[in-house]
Ligand binder design. Structure first.
Ligand SMILES: C[S@@+](CC[C@H](N)C(=O)[O-])C[C@H]1O[C@@H](n2cnc3c(N)ncnc32)[C@H](O)[C@@H]1O
Length: 255
């Protein structure tokens, strides 16, 4: 019988945020795989489990997913990774793919799972959900992501300030990911829209090096870590009418 492929979310860095389901799988005899940017890079996902005190199995496999937007190049690496994983599954081994944060949120696991399923539609696949970086950041900051009728958008900041500016018309909260390359542009936009006092920056949430910055202007010109994000609470959104479940019944009762 073939083994099963698991996308194992590990949370953003604090071992305490690893779920019981993930922990149970990490303690099984399944083979560990994890993403790296190059054959010489470290794996943040592996770092999380090691800091949790889990012993590294004697055999484990780094799967290379380079940082590139070249779709052909990426497809070659996904295929290579999927073939490596499938060889083990076919031998009857279960395979864990370790993911930082949540495996369904801007993670490589979706690509890997689809490519494996494309090679063998019979392979069983399970995604173990986890705590995302921005859920942990909001909790650490004491800054709710959304309340009552709030609207929430999660956006890779690389789309640029014009797009983010447009979102402010419709969203009460913006979660801006991958802010590193466009940080100064974002700070200009937030300042121009009067949103600096309503925003917070968090770097390496859940790790010993976690840094929270409320005075965002102090970040100007800084090269921040790739693992950083900005939460923006936008008090200026104009709210239109909203339909709630109980409204129709009330209207009927009144007539
Ligand atoms: C490829 S996405 C991965 C998202 C991840 N799967 C999650 O659930 O949070 C990478 C981006 O997520 C954010 N991120 C991931 N881990 C983080 C952490 N520990 N601290 C702060 N931001 C983090 C950063 O914006 C980073 O550029």
């Amino acid at each position: 019988m073939k083994g099963k492929l698991y996308g194992v979310s590990l949370g953003p860095g604090d071992p305490g945020l690893i779920t019981r389901r993930a922990w149970e799988l990490l303690g099984s005899d399944a083979h560990w795989t994890y993403p790296v940017r190059s054959a010489r890079s470290d794996s943040f996902a592996l770092d999380i489990v090691q800091r949790a005190g889990l012993p590294l199995p004697a055999e484990h496999t780094a799967l290379v997913f380079p940082m590139t937007h070249d779709e052909h190049k990426l497809a070659r690496y996904w295929l290579q990774a999927a073939e490596t994983v499938l060889a083990r599954l076919t031998r009857g081994e279960d395979v864990l793919f370790l993911v930082e944060g949540d495996a369904s949120t801007y993670a490589t696991f979706g690509h890997l799972a689809r490519t494996v399923a494309g090679l063998d539609a019979e392979v069983a696949i399970e995604t173990v959900p986890g705590v995302s970086s921005f859920n942990a950041a909001a909790a650490d900051l004491g800054m709710p992501l959304a309340e009552t009728d709030d609207t929430l958008a999660i956006v890779p900041a690389g789309y640029g300030v014009a797009m983010i500016d447009r979102l402010l018309a419709d969203f009460d909260t913006l979660v801006l990911l991958k802010v590193k390359p466009v940080l100064d542009d974002l700070l200009d936009l937030l300042e121009a829209r009067g949103l600096l006092p309503h925003s917070a920056f968090v770097e390496r949430v859940g790790t010993r090096e976690e840094r929270q910055v409320r005075d965002l202007a102090s970040l100007r010109g800084e090269t921040v870590n790739y693992l950083s994000l900005i939460l923006v609470r936008n008090p200026h959104r104009e709210r239109g009418p909203i339909v709630r479940g109980c409204r129709k019944k009330k209207a009927e009762a009144a007539s």
